[in-house]
Design a protein around this ligand. Structure first.
Ligand code: ADP
Ligand code: ZN
Ligand code: ZN
Length: 801
């Protein structure tokens, strides 16, 4: 008798355990841990993960598994273990952790079909395929087919599984351009064009020479022009545009120019040494690669990976979502070509699933991806690299609230392989560990091109105000921008937007429009002329008069990117601006399109939020301006100085990476703050020492660990009392293991009509604290289940709001 221990898909803490099911004979040979199965649960049929297999059960009267949803386990044995660890580590349910490790497409049930690849199959299978190339699930079910034989064939690669994902059907299209008028008409048109119409002339000449339809984006690139040129010629009746379908393939491998390894410079050679020796000896070393921007960290990653691949092992490269720009992807595809899978959120569910499957089928050996790529189902990991390790996007804000760094270290331990953490501005936590010798430290202090980092000049905006300049651009910045534009060079302007928004205020009575459901000011969106809430989806039209005093002096304030763009246009009407923020990059591919446009000289100024601070590399950018360097400094977050330092350092690295020297202007109201001052001279070590003293004095990480608990309920009293009770039971527990602060109302005290109270716990021993916290929360399980109370626990929180 075979018993499967199944974690079922019921998100409830009382169900957070395995349930035993009988394995019917038909699945006996096939079933393995990590497979998804369909099981009866009460009156329902639900999905579950096989966590283990045993010979007997303590329970009588077991029910049977209805169906195996996988024939190759969705989770490897190692990932099953990682899932259990993750659930315990982050205090979430097992099922939540398992689901988080799989691509979206596998989270619900999809139809499968089996495709014959080989001419020779086992007799039993031959009978089932019965001359067909594709076997559907229905075909298999009716025949009560031999699943074990099928499983063997899949493992050998004789048969492939195809999951029919919806988005596979939604086909992708490209815009094509072709000639419609007769050739002589094109020749006439060329002759008629004015001298200024160079681009039109070039395009017509192109079609006179190449008389076949062409992908519009390729055409534009080739001729270095915009779609406006095509449109003009379409309007003249000479060309025609049409849509053509393309197969799903997010990256065209052929399009990546192959690159060869650089001969490493002396610093790089020294830095790669501890990595290589860990690779050679299968050591679970953690190496912090601290290297300034442009010092050749990526080249070190590439060469370390090369070594890993030569050993027949695999590599995971984690990068922050926003650095998954084509520029970054190119570097990995360029070196390793078709051996690379790429995972980021802009891919459709189907594309993501395809990339995941390439990993599962061992078609690729390298994955480059954002946070969740740390769960790539490799079984032979040889290295995990985390670029920009200080980035907060590595922390998942929903359950399971994990940090990809912790998962990377745990998995690398499972595989006895090294982890490389790279950054120009490592987190205090990591750098402190490196200094203590827990991690190995490798440092790169020089740029590979031998060029110095750009000069940074701090401008005190208070003085601007005193001098009568009420705009958001200092005289210095304006002067430098004018100069660059006249020379045909480019500018990057960063609006440090956290903590700012465009809110609406009455100038007469000071009334600020707030969301009726959340205690937060509404944000003004110019395009739709609507006021929107950033927490819930509430929106309303911009009022014409103040609802409080009827004054018509109601205006929007603040410095959203739209406002800056308007102000910039007023100040410098001739400047061409590209704005990049969440609004302009929402559509798939918009991010890339805007960057390409800028790279091709389509604008003088790239204006944007944090998303432009990283990874971008433009030859012609010689000036970087930071409009509001200190806007984060006053947030209720103990990391605000660290974040400010990191951002200023990152953005400064964007200028002068090539031949032309760069310059940085940092505007601020707090020019004396150490994070601004030290960033302007690139003094990471000075900042580290200074900030560590602060953390020690005020008991913050890395001197202690933190947990943030948020209790929310529709009734303010209930929320507050529950939070109080939790604080009380924690304060009494654990004999000085914990320092408990609060409860206090959360920085945003009400969201979606729920009142929020929070408390903070500081501790030194993780496992003891986790136990105590879990116990204190379990006391309120009943209220959570019946009374719609929510208790959110965030261990090692990164978002204090
Ligand atoms: P980082 O990742 O530290 O910002 P990169 O790896 O992007 O730095 O390196 C900056 C530039 O230097 C890249 O264009 C890269 O191709 C080049 N580079 C890296 N290593 C070398 C080397 N050893 N010799 C010459 N050029 C190099
Ligand atoms: Zn008013
Ligand atoms: Zn709201």
């Amino acid at each position: 008798m075979k018993i499967a221990n199944v974690i079922v898909d019921v998100p409830s803490s009382s169900i957070n355990q395995t349930f035993d099911y009988l394995v019917p004979e038909r699945f006996e040979e096939v079933i393995e841990p990590g497979m998804r199965v369909l099981v009866p649960f009460g009156p329902r049929k639900i999905m579950g993960f096989v966590a283990g297999i045993s010979e007997n059960s303590e329970h009588e009267k077991l029910r049977s598994i209805i169906e195996c949803l996988d024939i190759i386990p969705a989770l490897t044995k190692e990932l099953l273990e990682v899932g259990k660890w993750l659930a315990e580590e982050t205090l979430c349910l097992y099922i939540t952790a398992f689901q988080a490790m799989l691509p979206q497409a596998l989270k619900s049930k999809y139809k499968k079909e089996y495709i014959r690849v080989s001419d020779h199959l086992e007799t039993e299978l031959e009978r089932q395929f019965a001359g067909r190339d594709i076997l559907t699930e229905e075909d298999l079910g009716e025949a009560q087919g031999d699943l074990a034989a099928l499983q063997r064939a899949i493992r050998r690669g004789d048969v492939e599984i195809n999951y029919i994902v919806k988005s596979r059907i939604t086909k992708k299209q490209v815009t094509m351009v072709e000639r419609v008028a007769e050739l002589y008409k094109l020749e006439e048109a060329v002759a008629d064009l004015t001298k200024q119409a160079v681009k039109q002339k070039e395009m017509l000449e192109y079609f006179l020479e190449n008389d076949v339809p062409v992908v519009q984006s390729d055409l534009l690139k080739k001729l270095d022009t915009t779609s406006g040129t095509v449109k003009t010629l379409v309007d003249k009746g000479l060309l025609r545009r049409f849509k053509k379908e393309v197969l799903r393939n997010p990256y065209d491998d052929e399009a990546f120019a192959r690159t060869v390894p650089h001969e490493l410079n002396d610093q790089q050679k020294k830095a790669i040494e501890p990595i290589n020796s860990a690779v050679d000896q299968n050591l679970h070393d953690i190496i912090l690669l601290h290297g300034i921007t442009g010092s050749g960290k990526t080249e070190v990653y590439l060469q370390a990976i090369e070594k890993v691949l030569a050993k027949g092992e695999e590599a995971i490269v984690l990068v922050p979502e926003i650095s998954l720009t084509p520029q970054m992807v190119n570097r990995f595809k360029g070196r390793f070509g078709h051996r690379v899978a790429v995972m980021h959120s802009a891919l459709s569910a189907g594309e993501k699933y395809d990339e995941w499957r390439k990993i599962q089928r061992k078609d690729v050996q390298v994955v480059v991806g954002a946070r969740s790529a740390v769960f790539a189902p490799f079984e032979n990991l040889g290295i995990i690299i985390m670029d920009e390790e200080h980035e907060t996007t590595y922390k998942q804000e929903d359950q399971p609230r994990y940090h990809a760094r912790d998962v990377a270290i745990h998995r690398a331990n499972n595989h006895s392989c090294p982890v490389v953490l790279g950054s120009a501005t490592p987190t205090l936590e990591s750098y402190a560990r490196a200094k203590k010798g827990v991690y190995k430290l490798a440092e790169l202090t020089e740029r590979t091109n031998g060029k110095p980092l750009p000069d940074v000049e701090i401008v005190d905006m208070r003085e601007e105000l005193h001098a009568g300049n009420r705009t958001m651009f200092s005289r210095k910045l304006k002067e430098k921008m004018d100069e660059r534009i006249s020379k045909g060079e480019q500018i990057v302007l960063l609006l440090n937007r956290r903590g700012y928004s465009t809110f609406v205020m009455c100038r007469d009575c000071g009334h600020v429009k707030e969301c009726p459901h959340c205690d937060i000011a509404l944000t003004y969106h110019k395009n739709s002329h609507q006021l929107k809430c950033h927490y819930c989806s509430y929106e309303e039209p911009m009022p014409l008069v103040c609802p409080e005093c009827d004054s018509d002096a109601i205006r929007y304030f603040g410095t959203g990117t739209q406002r800056v763009e308007e102000a910039l246009t007023q100040l410098m009407p001739e400047a061409r601006i590209i704005r990049m923020d969440v609004d302009t990059t929402r559509k798939k591919g918009a991010h890339e399109r805007l960057l390409n446009q800028f790279a091709e000289g389509g604008a003088d100024i790239l204006l944007g939020t944090q998303m432009i601070a990283k990874g971008l590399d433009f030859e012609n950018v010689t000036l970087v301006g930071v409009l509001t360097a200190d806007s984060m400094l006053h947030l209720p977050d103990f990391r605000s100085s660290e974040r400010t330092f990191q951002l200023l350092t990152q953005v400064s690295g964007r200028a002068g990476r090539h031949e032309l020297p760069g310059e940085v202007i940092v505007q601020t109201y707090t020019p004396d703050h150490y994070s601004v001052e030290l960033a302007s001279v690139y003094d990471f070590h000075g900042f580290f020492n200074r900030e560590m003293r602060m953390r020690k004095t005020f008991h913050y990480p890395p001197y202690v660990f933190l947990a943030l608990m948020t209790v929310s309920h529709e009734n303010k009293i209930v929320a507050m009392q529950t939070a109080r009770q939790i604080v009380q039971s924690l304060s009494g527990a654990g004999e000085g293991e914990l320092i408990v602060l609060g409860p206090t109302p959360s920085p945003v005290p009400r969201v979606k009509d729920r009142y929020r109270f929070q408390c903070m716990v500081k501790y030194k021993n993780r496992s003891i604290a986790r136990g105590l916290i879990e116990k204190a929360i379990r006391e309120h399980d009943e209220k959570v289940k019946k009374d719609n109370l929510q208790i959110k626990i965030d261990l090692d929180p990164y978002n204090m709001m």
